[in-house]
Design a protein around this ligand. Structure first.
Ligand code: PRP
Ligand code: URA
Length: 209
């Protein structure tokens, strides 16, 4: 069973409060999403494997450790996931970035695919999907399906705010995926928005409303 990790770090919780505030404008919203993504990346990479190496310090030789496991890929779900890419890349700059374009049909709330470009060697990489919002879970489940169909075995999902319905949808479809969150809110409203949530993440990031 994949893990479910909710990041209670004080910096995460403080920044999340600022992000939720309706008075926070797009510039600050983008900065906060990037900062939160960096803090989430720290936890989502905690299980990366290491191997021993030696380096010559100015004083002596140090037996020390470097990353040794599979290469990483970051896949934002467009649009709002784009806001988390730079924050993740701050810690894992060698990762390749793929893109999956999905939007929710406002009537059915089902994801509609419109774009997909993954690294050509995606099956040899561990993939971290990023999207600030996990609402019904439809978009995340569809993104996981696309990446698994490309041959990738190890997928993590990093979101900021989730509804219980979204967590359950991902768990029911793919119980091997680790899920990293900053908060689990109470529910979805009749329009599929997370309550209390932060509104429409894509619109707030890009100023489209
Ligand atoms: C938002 C969000 C997720 C999705 C979550 O995207 O960024 O991708 O909704 O909802 P779900 O869990 O019910 O699928 P949206 O469809 O609004 O597209 P946008 O990012 O382009 O605005
Ligand atoms: N997408 C968003 O951007 N916000 C929500 O609350 C739900 C889906």
């Amino acid at each position: 069973m994949g893990k479910l990790f909710v990041n209670e770090h004080p910096l995460v919780q403080h920044k999340l409060s600022l992000l939720r505030d309706e008075k926070t404008g797009s510039k600050e919203f983008r900065e906060l999403v990037e900062e939160l993504a960096t803090l989430m990346a720290y936890e989502a990479t905690r299980d990366l494997t290491l191997e021993e190496t030696t380096v010559n310090t100015p004083v002596s030789t140090a037996v020390t450790k470097v990353l040794s496991g599979k290469k990483l890929g970051i896949v934002p779900i467009l649009r709002a996931g784009l806001g988390m890419v730079d924050g993740m890349m701050n810690l894992i700059p060698a990762a390749k970035v793929g893109h999956i374009g999905l939007y929710r049909d406002p009537e059915t709330l089902k994801p509609v695919d419109y774009y997909c470009k993954l690294p050509p060697d995606v099956k040899d990489r561990d993939i971290i999907i990023v999207d600030p919002m996990l609402a019904t879970g439809g978009s995340a489940v569809e993104a996981i399906r696309i990446i698994k169909d490309s041959g990738c075995k190890n997928i993590k999902l990093v979101c900021l705010i989730a509804a219980p319905e979204g967590i359950k949808a991902v768990r029911d479809a793919y119980d091997d995926v680790d899920i990293f969150l900053a908060a689990v809110d109470s529910r979805l409203n009749d329009h599929g928005y997370i309550v209390p949530g932060l509104g429409d993440a894509g619109d707030r990031l890009f100023g489209t409303k």
